[in-house]
Design a protein around this ligand. Structure first.
Ligand code: PLP
Length: 414
């Protein structure tokens, strides 16, 4: 039993010794991704002029255009769209789906039900503006034992013409495991053999730079992520990216702005430098988030809580789950994360009805950027088995301090 700060401090020291070898691997990964970013900056000869800004239509924004080339290089993609006009990851996913799908087309998810915010986008929950309302059909194949159902995927692809397959790597608010890049590579091989024209779209939120390959490295046609997660490095003030095949990125650009103007418009209003700097810091910030997640996993396991992934498991994303199995522990832990944050540390979060989510959600995020979850944050829907989804940490030291505060509140250590 841990009852005092001194006992907790001893346990923290023990945990840090235990996780040392895993932390070393994270640093090696960070080095590889840093090299990729640095090479891209040098290849496109980024200079101070790229930090300039446009207003109005945003024609000829050289900083924006070069940044999109840099992103494409880092993600091993033909092309990329990186825009502040995309509000969030969900918005970028919505733009991509509406850009690729036409009436009577079929969208097939092969990772079970997609992220909660897509329910109304797809039409799983009724909405007059959904894909369904435009006559786009949706089908879903659930995972079995945290892997793809290859038999069902083969059956569906040989029976019907599937326009877009969605693969969501990170678990969202589900209880499954996240999908490794090796599994993504394998399933893409199988899909392309049966149905080479099906577009494979990957929701890559929270997974960027966790390994040294991205979905577009291993054959995905298009992928999507948020800039207030991994690739914004905690510095991007908002925005999202879409990366992949050139002709698909063009469709997305024309959906984001308008047919005929596409990527040529979109003022940057002074944020170019932040987006460059965010990408520059992203490998280190992702590494700090991973270290914080590993520390959390090992510490909470020592305290006899169920955690996923375990501290020494190979990681796919920056998310750590603590399965609390009761609402009070979930609420206390999240409140502790808030109290341990630099911003709004005096606020006490409570579960609330967030737009786009079906259950009440408790969200702790004492972040410099509203909703930024590359900064230490913790949230969870108020439903069984009361799982905390913790992610982020701009530096390991701040991440660790926040988690210790959360554990103090959880264990009622004064
Ligand atoms: C965070 C996330 C999204 C997008 O969320 P936004 O808050 O809209 O950026 C989509 N899918 C997954 C799996 C996510 O984790």
């Amino acid at each position: 039993m841990i009852e005092t700060r001194e006992q907790l401090q001893k346990l923290v020291e023990k945990v840090e010794r235990k996780i040392e070898p895993v932390i070393k691997n994270i640093e090696l990964q960070c080095e590889k991704n840093s090299e990729k970013v640095l090479t891209a900056f040098q290849k496109y000869q980024i200079t101070e002029a790229h930090f300039g800004s446009t207003s109005g239509y945003g024609y000829d924004d050289m900083g924006r255009d070069a940044l999109e080339n840099v992103f494409a290089h880092v993600l091993d993609a033909e092309d990329a769209l990186v825009r502040a006009q995309m509000i969030s990851g969900s918005h970028a996913l919505t733009i991509t789906l509406f850009a690729l799908l036409r009436p009577n087309d079929i969208l097939l998810s092969i990772t079970g039900k997609p992220y909660d915010t897509l329910d109304e986008v797809i039409g799983i929950t009724d909405n007059n503006s959904s894909l369904k309302s435009f006559g786009v059909h949706y089908e879903q194949i659930d995972l079995i034992d945290n892997d793809f159902d290859y038999i069902k995927i083969g059956e569906v692809l040989s029976q019907k013409k599937i326009k877009v397959i969605e693969i969501q790597r990170s678990k969202g608010y589900s209880t499954r495991k996240s999908i490794s890049i090796e599994k993504v590579e394998k399933v893409i091989g199988v899909i392309k053999k049966i149905s080479p024209d099906t577009i494979i779209m990957v929701d890559n939120c929270y997974c960027e730079m966790v390994s040294d390959k991205e979905p577009t490295t291993v054959g995905a046609d298009i992928m999507v992520g948020s800039l207030i997660k991994n690739l914004g490095g905690g510095i991007a003030p908002n925005g999202a990216y879409i990366a992949g095949k050139k002709e698909l990125i063009k469709l997305c650009a024309e959906r984001l702005t308008l047919p005929g103007e596409g990527r040529e418009v979109g003022p940057t209003l002074g944020i170019n430098k932040s987006l460059y700097q965010g990408l520059f810091f992203a490998p280190s910030v992702v590494a700090a988030s991973l270290k914080t997640a590993i520390f959390t996993s090992a510490l909470l396991e020592e305290l006899n809580y169920d955690v996923e992934p375990k501290w020494d498991e190979k990681r796919v994303d920056i998310v750590e789950n603590i399965i609390f199995k009761n609402p009070n522990d979930l609420i206390n832990y999240c409140q502790g994360i808030q109290i341990g944050s630099p911003i709004d540390s005096n606020a006490i979060p409570e579960p609330w009805n967030m737009p786009g989510y079906q259950d009440k959600v408790i969200m702790a995020a004492g972040a410099f950027t509203q909703g930024s979850s590359i900064e230490l944050s913790c949230d969870g829907p108020m439903r069984e088995p009361f799982i905390a989804y913790q992610q982020g940490g701009l530096t390991y030291e701040y991440g660790k301090l926040g988690v210790i505060k959360a554990v103090e509140r959880l264990l009622n250590i004064k």
